[in-house]
Write a protein that binds this ligand. Structure first.
Ligand SMILES: [Zn+2]
Length: 77
């Protein structure tokens, strides 16, 4: 099912909405249909740096750059 992210142009409320066919999403905060669709969830969550995962091989659960599952390996040698 398609889930889209919108920011309401009227009250600037951000929300996710399921959209079926040609139905238009409606702001749950003010019931406005004047919405700005957000293209990508991932494009807006990378600011700030630090612990953002840029390496494709990083562990998915802890972000360990050594690769998936590295965090569960015992610290040897
Ligand atoms: Zn609104």
């Amino acid at each position: 099912m398609p889930i889209f992210e919108y920011v309401c142009n009227q009250c600037h409320h951000g929300f996710e909405a399921l959209v079926f066919g040609r139905d238009k999403a409606i702001c749950p905060n003010c019931n406005s249909k004047d919405l700005a669709p957000q293209l990508s969830v991932f494009a807006v969550s990378t600011k700030g740096g630090g612990t953002t995962t840029s390496a494709s091989g990083a562990c998915g659960s802890c972000g360990d750059p050594r690769g998936p599952g590295s965090c569960s390996l015992p610290e040897m040698d």
